[in-house]
Design a protein around this ligand. Structure first.
Ligand code: ADP
Ligand code: MG
Length: 558
């Protein structure tokens, strides 16, 4: 039997594809510019093996031209161009990527920069275009061809003329409708901002003729208009530069440019990894808590670039929750993107990068703690809560996070780490003691505190509601168990005489019974305590949940 080919309603297919793949119209420009950049890259690779071509950097650029009167937007490049055949196969077939074929043919596996691989980006132009016209002249060819389509009824292909090698793509911008606005794609400022946003790090200049106004000399309301060719993109991304070339100011400028925050970063982390997975990243620990940090609206995540092209504003998978305060970006050429670019496959590469980033952040925080204590304490004041939250919620991370925790110490009267606490413990001390309460002042008045501090032992003050929950999750640090000063057995009552306690309890039975009756429903028992020094009475709990924890649990919405 002969096999028949599927027939697809190409117009419907195109519509469906375009509308389901892209979430924003503006990315059409990113796609066309990345194709242009690919075309120039190909020229570069060709020049490596073809002696008749010399690659002179200055001759290679991308130009964006608007014509408001005719409602056209043109993206032209001085890249490798397309032959008649190329136009037919690459633009006439949806999901055909000439770039992928080029990479395969030339066995370009490593270190290359060509972005295209899915063969659909080009068609995104139809999101904003009534008609797309492509005029192209391939390198080594004398003929130029014109491909034209309205995205619905196929395309036409005819011979034309073009002076220089390269490709020129002209979009006839759609008219505004009630629901959809297209005029903005003819405005210089809008195009500039789209280029900045997505294509800032394309390695070839993206030029535009920008019209500017300046006050006529000697007048106050007369303007001179002049047009000037500007390069819109900054080309060399800071993350590809060598750390030694960069100053703290450069990193701070990048932080501001990217609007990661209004503050100055407390610390930057520049990572270049060239191993099982290759990526560059610039991460920041902010100085201040973003205003929405502890709200539902806050979204964690890093910017994700694939080879200098922005793929995602906030890739949440790159950051664990306990480091959600970290800002910054990651660029990798190794990501397997699925065809939408916007939806990443949850692949091995991304997971590897995320894991790597997590451990880098951790080690950088550790060195901040060790080398710049004051800065670390500032950081901890802002984001310590998040670390404790991580200990509480993420079992697998608690070992990694425990050394980053700090609490206020009764002895030192300042924040200390668990390591510092344990290193100061007298030999006979078994537990790490803590006391929970709303403020330091309140904790200091706790009757239960005295016995422990009188012994000369250090007590950690827990004033945040997450503290005790996190520590219970940790349960021990360096094999030392945590102990609340309010708990039944403090491990320092060896000299307590059980007999006297019982006899005192018997003698005062009537009094205790009367107290229990008055406090019925409020306390379960009234007992003699040996741990009180200058205070007449204290509360104690039995079992797992402390009084402080109970308060938190009761305050939580059901
Ligand atoms: P992709 O970039 O993923 O390959 P596109 O739909 O964006 O898919 O482009 C399809 C193909 O058309 C490209 O692979 C390339 O071969 C060709 N092409 C598109 N734009 C240009 C251009 N400006 N210059 C040369 N070839 C181009
Ligand atoms: Mg493309």
């Amino acid at each position: 039997m002969t096999k028949k080919q599927f027939k697809a309603e190409s117009k419907r297919l195109l519509e469906m594809m375009i509308n389901s793949i892209y979430t924003q119209k503006e990315i059409f420009l990113r796609e066309l510019i990345s194709n242009a950049s690919d075309a120039i890259d190909k020229m570069y690779y060709k020049a490596l093996t073809d002696e008749t071509i010399t690659f002179n950097q200055d001759d290679y650029y991308i130009k964006v031209i608007t014509d408001k009167e005719n409602r056209t937007l043109t993206i032209s490049d001085t890249g490798i161009g397309m032959t008649k055949d190329d136009l037919e196969t690459n633009l006439g077939t949806i999901a055909k990527s000439g770039s992928l074929a080029f990479k395969n043919e030339n066995e370009l596996k490593d270190g290359h920069d060509i972005i295209g691989q899915f063969g659909v980006g080009f068609y995104s132009a139809f999101m904003v275009a009534d008609v797309v016209t492509v005029i192209s002249k391939a390198v080594g060819s004398d003929e130029a061809y014109k491909w034209e389509s309205d995205g619905a009824d196929g395309y036409t292909l005819e011979e034309t003329t073009k002076d220089s090698v390269g490709t020129e793509i002209t979009i006839k911008v759609k008219e505004n409708t009630e629901d959809e606005k297209y005029d903005e794609y003819l405005e210089d400022y809008r195009l500039k901002s789209i280029i900045k946003k997505y294509s800032d790090f394309i390695r070839y200049p993206i030029k535009m003729d920008v019209t500017q106004k300046s006050l006529k000399e000697g007048t106050e309301d007369e303007w001179d208009e002049y047009t000037e060719e500007q390069t819109i993109n900054s080309m060399v991304p800071i993350w590809r530069k060598n750390k030694s070339e960069l100053t703290t100011e450069d990193y701070e400028n990048f932080y501001q440019e990217k609007h990661y925050g209004f503050d100055k970063p407390l610390k930057h982390i520049h990572i270049s990894v060239d191993g099982a997975v290759r990526y560059n990243a610039i991460l920041y620990i902010p100085e201040n808590i973003p205003f929405d940090y502890y709200s539902k609206e806050f979204e964690k995540g890093l910017e994700l670039y694939s080879n200098g092209v922005l793929i995602m504003d906030k890739c949440a998978d790159l950051l664990p929750d306990h480091f959600s305060f970290v800002k910054g970006m990651v660029d990798s050429e190794d990501l397997s993107l699925n065809i939408s670019r916007e939806i990443l496959q949850h692949d091995r590469q991304l997971k590897l990068i995320a894991k790597n980033i997590k451990s880098k952040i951790k080690s950088q925080l550790k060195s901040l703690l060790k080398e710049e204590r004051e800065k670390y304490e500032q950081f901890y004041k802002a984001f310590g809560r998040q670390l404790k939250y991580g200990v509480y919620t993420d079992f697998s991370s608690k070992d990694a996070l425990q050394d980053l925790l700090m609490f206020y110490s009764s002895k030192e009267q300042k924040m200390v780490t668990l390591e510092e606490y344990v290193s100061r413990m007298p030999e006979e001390q078994t537990y790490i003691y803590y006391a929970a309460g709303e403020t330091h002042e309140r904790i200091e008045k706790l009757p239960q505190l005295e016995l422990v501090t009188d012994k000369g032992y250090e007590v950690l003050y827990f004033t945040e509601d997450i503290d005790e929950f996190a520590i219970r999750m940790l349960s021990t640090y360096k094999e030392k168990e945590f102990k609340s000063v309010s708990s039944g057995d403090l491990g320092i009552e060896e000299d307590e005489n059980k007999e006297t306690t019982t006899s005192e309890e018997n003698e005062n039975k009537e009094l205790f019974d009367a107290m229990k009756q008055i406090l019925v429903g409020k306390v379960t028992d009234v007992r003699v305590s040996k741990r009180l020094k200058t205070h007449p009475v204290c509360f104690a709990t039995e079992g797992e949940v402390s009084i402080e924890m109970e308060k938190v649990l009761q305050a939580m919405p059901d």
